[in-house]
Design a protein around this ligand. Sequence first.
Ligand SMILES: [Zn+2]
Length: 446
Amino acid sequence: MNGNRRELKKMLRKVIHAWTPPFRDSPTGNPWASRARNTWPLVSRGKDSMTRTPSREAMPTLELEAEVTVAPEFVGARYSTSRPSKRVPRRPRANYTSNRSAVAQLPDRRPPKRNRVTVRSFRIRYMKRVLIALALVGSPCLHAQPSQTMFVFQTRFWLNLHQFLSGEAYRRSVKAAPGLDAATLNASDRAIWISAIDPYNDVFKRNMVLDEDLIRIANALAVTEDAMRLPESLDGALGANIAAALNAAAPIYRAHVWPARQRDNDAWIASAKSLMQGHETAMKAALEAVLQVTWPPEPILVDVVGETGPASAITHNAPTGFVAHTQASAGSPCNTGIAPLRLLFHEATHIPQVAGRIAARINEETERQELQPVPNLWHTLLLVTPGEIAKRELGQTEKVDYARYPFCKLQLTPAEQAAFEQDWQPYLDGKTSFEKALHDLVRDAR
Ligand SMILES: [Zn+2]
């Protein structure tokens, strides 16, 4: 009997471990991609880049690399040493049972600390594992996705080439090292490649999330199969110059860049899917509860590309059938390890149903207190919140090398940092209400 029980325990442990895949530290190791990413200027958190308030009519807005990554000060509630006296302590585990706010109801998925392990908690955890395992045994596939995933991943040849040519035009303009060194090509290919970059001299200067032409191009290329040439029916959507440049550059890109790019993109997607498999359902529910929103039923199309200009990812209007179209940069050093979970859920909050609602609540609160608006406070809130919840969900912090990649770090003004620490964190910790937290945040983040 005891032997059978041991066997059962062993089997259940295997099931649990198979169900919870390990994280990969760096799914993207393509050196040319990293080099390409690093040649974009280090973009500071320019207020002028985020001036459009989201609405149901327009998707917001430019995603600067410096803004899409939550600093460790936030994800760990360990704020910088500049304000040690006002540090907010981590919520004790017991507080998850509080009913003071929706976030307090969220399950704590942090690994339990050894000194907290009791016989009772062990029994609860063990029973939980048994229940999960039994549910999995009854399901057709151990690696089944959530019944309705929010994210549909893909990587497309033509969209990757489009973004690469835009990056090459930028790098040429600032005399940075190219992603593909034309000097390594034969004379004929070299001339073709250099000419193909020319039409992009204008493209990289435009805003990829607001420029309707660029959105139309991205959406057209997102639904175009990897054929040897673009169908002529796309000439209208792409414009003759861009279509010609893409067709001319395609054989060279396919021979010299695409194999490594495709491999890295596929690895990034596999890593992101692994994260979503274990955490999407909980993240969705947590963000709905904390932000007091409802996700729309349509999925978000996630195109994984090598680069997205100076951003780690961008989100804009989508092709038919999707609520939004995110382009995520697999080549960005900010997007490695566990970052895709936080990144993709931040991008998801850009949909008008979420961003529009949060912006409206902040505007109402600002008017009620008769204050001047804090630029892009809605966006900062939607950066901080998924990062904090992802950290809690994963029970670990990101391992981005901020010394090497300072632009990955979320840059807040001292007032914003203090306000999120003092006013918003207590709400995430279940210690105050949404209304009180928002009231104080709007008052103090200035
Ligand atoms: Zn954003």
